[in-house]
Design a protein around this ligand. Structure first.
Ligand code: FAD
Ligand code: SIN
Length: 522
């Protein structure tokens, strides 16, 4: 079946939904998500959303903090754009009903996280993302111009390639006409034609064996654009969060928000000694690449699997009030955080690189925009400052709507796109091959492409991945399309891009640290 929409939005996190809500007054919107409307990285965000609110904070300080964290690779114009537009975008969130915590005097209660020189993190207790997601979902459900498609998996974006033309990275004027979408209830593949498409497919955590990301995070948008010969950048900058709860076997790994260190928690070795001052004068509140590497080093030196985060010296009632969900979660595991130290270790958390977009969220493919974690705007450079990503997502979703609207009337649906062709395919006989290959990708990436890298490890990772790539492409050619095989293809593409970009960088910078080039190039 072919469906036509003015706007096709792939992804229902903060980027996708905020775009959909803003586009809806101007045309019909299809909002796709591969599971339910509220399962997204956004829902899991804890710490909050950074914005300049009150003196002594100001835009210059937030800009400076972002640039320092980004280690010389931020795009200054993108940084200024996001930080200066933050207050007006926060207003939109408030209008959509998002409830940020306030103090008794009526002002917003601002947290501080690693790398921030001021308190500037708006939050809703310690589950800000859930509050944002629920508020946005409520708005979507009440919007007649937005049609929601749950359990709808975007397989490929449509371009001239699907009209039989040869498309390379150098082909001028490549356009996006929509996407092929798998309805996971019926297993039918539908053609969604659109005038404008937004990719807002979130993160890539599923490429690693431990991650704070939910299982939906398979980098589908990035892989689709890569296959469509669009431009992808900065994939080597994978962010590991320093303090995920050490609880082997749990997936996703439960995050212990950085805000708890802003509140006063300190990192300690198993013997109770603080160690962060040895690595950075900002101690436990240094930017997270430095903290994650320091913890990784301490664990390796001592042969330990975790370090401790200690908040026992703070007022227990205050701790419970600010971090009720972390308190509850840890208590369920027998850890009373007001009395016991919390075992933590670094875990994959975020990707700074992705689909390259300009200041209007336009990708290198016409009629295709990207926003949120799947995009690479230049805001984060080599390392993202905490709580800048929810902000980036709403600012760029807004930019995409504003850029697309003036062109909408001139754009036509491309009716020549053929239906999906699955001739000659059959159900894969052994689903176990797909799940096993998936585990192998996670293992390769966690073993060889983690916090500390080397040429040898990266090359080994690449040669292992090449085997999986060939096997999977062969299986894909012969199989009836399923979400599982598509996700496997996508994680392989994402892993390939991370390794390729990591091998290309002959220096250590931000989140990319290699023992072969331990210094920054200049
Ligand atoms: P997501 O919210 O991840 O949404 C992705 C959507 O894409 C989902 O709806 C999914 O179903 C859909 N999708 C993906 N692929 C397909 C496909 N092929 N077909 C159809 N649909 C698809 N950032 C902050 O700024 N502050 C924080 O405090 C913070 N805390 C965090 C805590 C945790 C535990 C995690 C995991 C992340 C945190 N982050 C935080 C990062 C931030 O939450 C994410 O970067 C952000 O929410 C990404 O939003 P998004 O809209 O880009 O994508
Ligand atoms: C956290 O709460 O520590 C996560 C914040 C972020 O990823 O920006």
């Amino acid at each position: 079946m072919t469906r036509k929409f003015d706007f096709l939005v792939v992804g229902s996190g903060i980027a996708g939904i905020s775009f959909a809500l803003k586009a809806a007054p101007y045309g019909k919107v299809a909002l796709l998500c591969k599971t339910t409307l509220d399962e997204s990285n956004t829902s899991y965000a804890q710490g909050g959303i950074a914005t300049v609110m009150y003196e002594p904070d100001n835009f210059d300080k937030h800009i400076e903090d972002t640039l320092i964290a980004g280690d010389g690779l931020c795009n200054l114009t993108a940084v200024e754009k996001v930080i200066r537009e933050a207050p007006s975008q926060i207003e939109e969130l408030l209008r959509w009903g998002v409830d940020f915590d306030k103090r008794e005097d009526g002002l917003f209660d601002l947290h501080r996280e690693g790398g921030h020189s001021e308190h500037r993190i708006l939050h809703h207790k310690d589950n800000t993302g859930y509050e944002i997601q629920q508020s946005l979902v409520r708005e979507v459900r009440n919007n007649k111009n937005i049609e929601v498609f749950e359990y709808s998996f975007a397989i490929e974006i449509l371009t001239q390639h699907h009209l039989g033309e040869v498309v390379t990275q150098h082909t001028p004027g490549v356009e996006c006409y929509g996407a092929y979408v798998l309805d996971q209830h019926t297993n039918h593949i539908h053609t969604f034609l659109s005038k404008v498409t937004l990719l807002a497919t979130g993160g890539i955590g599923s490429v690693y064996s431990t991650t704070t990301n939910p299982a939906i995070s398979t980098g589908d948008g990035i892989a689709m654009v890569h296959r469509a010969r669009g431009v992808i950048q900065d994939m080597e900058f994978v962010q590991f969060h320093p303090t995920a709860l050490y609880h082997p076997g749990e997936r996703p790994t439960y995050l212990i928000t950085e805000a708890i260190r802003g509140y006063g928690a300190v990192l300690r070795c198993k013997d109770g000694r603080e160690f962060m001052q040895k690595y950075d004068e900002r101690g436990s509140l240094a930017p997270r690449d430095i903290v994650a590497r320091a913890i990784d080093n301490e664990m390796k030196i001592r042969g330990h699997e975790f370090v401790f985060l200690d908040v026992t010296h703070k007022n227990p009632e205050e701790t419970k009030k600010h971090f009720p969900n972390i308190y509850k979660k840890c208590l369920e595991l027998g850890i009373d955080i007001t009395k016991d130290m919390i075992p933590v270790s670094p875990t994959q958390h975020y990707l700074c690189g992705g689909i390259v977009v300009d200041l209007n969220a336009k990708t290198s493919i016409d009629r295709l925009y990207a926003a949120g974690e799947c995009s690479c705007t230049g805001l984060h450079g080599a390392n993202r400052l905490a709580s800048n990503s929810l902000l980036e997502a709403i600012v760029y979703a807004d930019a995409a709507v504003k850029d697309a609207l003036p062109h909408l009337r001139d754009l036509k649906f491309n009716e020549s796109v053929p239906a999906w062709n699955d001739e000659g395919t059959s159900l894969p006989e052994e689903m176990v091959l797909i799940t096993q290959s998936f585990r192998e990708v996670e293992q390769i990436m966690s073993t060889y492409v983690g916090i500390v890298r080397s040429n040898l490890r990266l090359k080994r990772a690449m040669s292992r991945l090449e085997i999986l790539y060939r096997e999977t492409e062969d299986l894909f050619e012969r199989s009836v399309v399923s979400r599982e095989i598509c996700e496997l293809r996508n994680v392989i593409s994402v892993a390939y891009l991370i390794i390729k970009h990591a091998l290309r960088r002959k220096e250590s910078r931000g989140l990319h640290y290699t023992i072969d080039y331990p210094k920054r190039a200049k």
